[in-house]
Design a protein around this ligand. Structure first.
Ligand SMILES: [Zn+2]
Length: 479
């Protein structure tokens, strides 16, 4: 992107060209306000800014680069316009620079464009960057543009193709989950099992979903090229997408379609995460449409004569309340829903996707046995990561083809197999195999060669019948 700024005689004002008129108007107003509120004199002349090769993804982040160019044009000594250093960010009306969302992605992009550092406001204390990414330099206010350039922040660089350690990617201090929650999260992140998180508001459902996103394994070389191709930008090579459609989304918006045929959220999330927040609020037919792609790993779109097949290889995570009033599982407030209402509520959410969600997790807002030492989580991740790669399975456990289950997901003895058969007798063929894959994942996490009884029982805990039993007992402890 190239920015040119000129000041000419005429009525005072800022005119921005090269972006949509509404964007130009808003950006101009924000920059003018920020200048005035920061005590910088606005020139009593017409200012014209031309933006070339505009990238629509950066529309919101033009404030800081534009303000920098304008200040330089007014004769200020702006630090950070030297070669090798970039500027990126949106300001509020007082000139404060807002925090940059998806900072690692922008820094990776800047690195590929040849920038050594980027002045921006990054919220995360510890950033994990792709190799070759630009280093962030902190900037909090428009006035900081005159200050001497701060040193670049020290960041961790992702080792290629190995999961990064938890403390590098997550603020583990705020994550108070119990052991079984952590194990489910690791199974979802490393082995690509789809997961539904149920619980009362404030229990940390969304936080857990986001933690799973941060724990996703780094893209393999093959995935890297697909990711770059998919987004059309080399910058996204190390960046798994996170798509979080609103619950009002239409079927076409989610799956794709239209004329000409356009990909939907599903395809945009490929090799990344599709996060369905408040799943109960989605239209039933929209959730129904997820069934086929989750099963086949492809989205089929047809329009008139044309027929398109798009890949869908994503982590699917959903969150929802566990009952109509939302309080089931709350430590302080009592849920007054009857068991029958809760069951029919769960059926409504789960109905369409019942056997597609491998993990059904119920969390409470005060977990009982919070796992304090997360080094054990680290160990599970590594064991699982190693097991899936060393065995040359070529797949994530959650995606193992049915034909190879007999070979790969073997039970330790006949007793374990018998329990599996008995417990799953009433479940669909798909769900039965799903439980077997999940048990394999738990066995891998413990470094076991075959599926033992404890691994099978752990997997069964997340099956629909068992999990709704757990939810029904959800706030039995409230007096
Ligand atoms: Zn309730």
């Amino acid at each position: 992107m190239r920015i040119e700024v000129a000041i000419r005689g005429g009525l005072p004002g800022l005119h921005i060209f090269g972006v949509a008129p509404s964007v130009a108007r808003n950006t101009a107003e924000r920059i003018r306000c920020a200048f005035q509120m920061s005590g910088i004199k606005w020139p009593y002349r017409t200012v014209v800014a031309e933006i070339g090769d505009h990238d629509p993804a950066l529309t919101d982040l033009l404030d800081l680069p534009l303000a920098g160019c304008l200040l330089a044009c007014l004769g200020y000594q702006v630090n950070g316009l030297q070669s090798g250093n970039g500027l990126l960010g949106r300001m509020n009306l007082s000139g404060r620079v807002q925090t940059l969302e998806e900072a690692p992605r922008h820094l990776a992009g800047a690195g590929i464009l040849g920038y050594e550092s980027l002045q921006c406001n990054t919220a995360e204390a510890r950033l994990l960057l792709a190799p070759g990414a630009a280093r962030p330099r902190p900037i909090n206010h428009l006035n900081d543009l005159f200050a001497p350039l701060p040193p670049p922040l020290e960041c961790d660089v992702a080792p290629p193709l190995m999961p990064a350690s938890l403390s590098n990617i997550l603020d583990t201090a705020v994550l108070n989950y119990s052991r079984h929650v952590w194990r489910a999260a690791v199974a979802c992140a490393e082995a690509r099992h789809s997961m539904l998180i149920l619980g009362p508001p404030g229990a940390g459902k969304s936080l857990l979903a986001q933690s799973v996103y941060y724990m996703l394994p780094p893209p393999s070389e093959k995935e890297q090229s697909v990711l770059a191709l998919q987004s059309g930008s080399e910058a996204d090579r190390f960046h798994r997408p996170l798509r979080r459609p609103h619950h009002s989304i239409t079927r076409t918006g989610l799956i794709g379609g239209g004329s000409p045929v356009r990909p939907g959220e599903l395809s945009r999330s490929s090799h990344g995460m599709l996060l369905l927040d408040e799943m109960g609020e989605f239209q039933r037919q929209v959730l129904q449409a997820l069934r086929e792609p989750m099963e086949s790993g492809e989205v089929h779109l047809s329009r008139g004569q044309s027929f398109v097949r798009l890949p869908f290889r994503s982590w699917v995570v959903g969150t929802s309340n566990a009952c109509p009033c939302g309080l089931r599982g709350s430590a302080n407030k009592r849920c007054l829903c009857t068991d029958a209402t809760v069951e029919s509520y769960l059926m409504r959410i789960l109905g369409p996707l019942q056997d597609r969600m491998d993990l059904q997790l119920f969390i409470q807002d005060q977990e009982l046995d919070v796992l304090d030492d997360l080094s054990v989580v680290e160990q599970w991740r590594c064991e699982l990561w190693k097991a899936q790669r060393q065995s040359e399975r070529g797949y994530y456990n959650g995606e193992l083809p049915d034909a190879s289950l007999e070979q790969i997901c073997r039970f330790e003895n006949e007793r374990v197999e018998l329990v599996w058969k008995e417990e799953c007798a009433e479940l669909s063929h798909r769900k039965r195999n799903g439980i077997r894959r999940l048990a394999r994942t738990f066995a891998d996490m413990s470094g076991a060669a075959w599926i033992q009884m404890e691994h099978l029982l752990e997997a069964l805990r997340h099956a629909p019948a068992a999990s709704s039993q757990i939810i029904l007992q959800g706030n039995a402890k409230v007096p």
